[in-house]
Design a protein around this ligand. Sequence first.
Ligand SMILES: [Zn+2]
Length: 156
Amino acid sequence: MGLIIRSSAIHAAGCYTTSPIRKGARVIEYTGRRLSKAEADQACEESPITYLFGLGDGSKVIDGHSMAMFINHSCDANCETSEENGRVWIRAIRNIAAGEEITYDYCLYDGGGDEARCNCGAGNCRGTMYSPEEMRKRQAAARRAAQPAGSKKAQA
Ligand SMILES: [Zn+2]
């Protein structure tokens, strides 16, 4: 199995396979430094371009430095991430042909004011890289904020 990095229609650079990948196969491990949430926040402040991968409940993250950090998000992804004994693998969820770009659904959360707009171009694109759960939370918060002034208590 060969993976290469080249320019992508989705975003800047992407990760492509040079050979077919069978459904269920491990494509690449998402390796990097293991950081606590606090360490990760500090790393983000020091470097604006940081690739972080939330593990489990989000209390630990991986500061990515392998080819896996070039894999783009898609709402119609051909891979998913799976955690196995504390290691994170990018795994194929369907057969992937040689030359295809490797993608997985980022399901972002905790992005603050960042819109994380998605340009994946899939028919089922949800327009954002946030997880459906995160979008429901954000929409609920937006509805609360949009309520007429008289319906909520004045804030000091
Ligand atoms: Zn999309």
